[in-house]
Design a protein around this ligand. Structure first.
Ligand SMILES: [Zn+2]
Length: 220
């Protein structure tokens, strides 16, 4: 994909990205979803509710406005659509959102404990500790508000919503899914490290250096 993606390209991309959720073991049944902002329009594309990952196609991905109302598609949008829409309304730099209940990250959320920055990969991708967001019930803007307030106070593209699970964001949907995959990886490793003691934290100046290098230099 190059340049500004069309709506059809976005639906195709978002359908394919859901396969990464199952490939990396981040989701059970249908409990996890990915969305993308439609560039230049007050629209988003998102997984339909209750459709299995094997049956997801570009055609089944629904189009909603940024208040979560269905604009195009035959199926009901994901039950998490309001939270995704709230993020797009309030964080203009965000182009993609992913939500899972991946087990290790969600275990930290269940304890309400931020994942400490004890690995260079955490400094690289998350820029510091991975924060915990508030407890919020589904049904209004509470989850979206909790995500936005927590992410505004952090460099992290991931928030662990308390007693619930992670939401991750990025400049596009692929980056949000990448953050969800890396989050689960570091959540597991730091969990293991905690079993035998207290992992060492990385000095703030080193965290800043690693984050700046990875965000600006790393990759192709
Ligand atoms: Zn959830």
């Amino acid at each position: 994909m190059s340049g500004v993606p069309t709506l059809e390209e976005l639906r195709h991309e978002v359908a394919l990205l859901h396969r990464e959720l199952t490939r990396y073991g981040l989701v059970s049944w249908t409990a996890g979803n990915v969305s993308a902002r439609v560039p230049g329009e007050d629209l988003m594309v998102i997984k339909p509710s209750g459709v299995s990952y094997d049956e997801l196609s570009a055609e089944s991905i629904v189009v909603c406005d940024l208040h979560g109302a269905l604009v195009e598609g035959d199926l009901r949008p994901s039950s998490d659509t309001a939270a995704h829409a709230y993020v797009y309304r309030h964080l203009p730099e965000v182009g993609g959102v992913a939500h899972t209940h991946s087990p290790y990250a969600t275990a930290w959320a269940a304890r309400g404990e931020p994942i400490p920055c004890v690995l260079t990969m955490i400094a690289d991708e998350f820029g510091g500790d991975i924060p915990v967001g508030p407890f919020a019930l589904i049904g209004d803007d509470s989850i979206g508000q909790g995500i936005v307030e927590t992410l505004r106070g952090s460099r992290s593209p991931a928030v662990l919503m308390r007693n619930h699970g992670p939401f991750t964001v990025g400049p596009d949907a692929r980056a949000a899914v990448k953050a969800a995959v890396l989050l689960e990886d570091v959540a597991r490793t730091v969990h293991f490290a905690h079993q035998l003691g207290t992992p060492d934290t990385i000095d703030k100046q080193h965290v800043d250096h690693l984050y700046a290098r990875y965000q600006n230099v790393y990759g192709q």
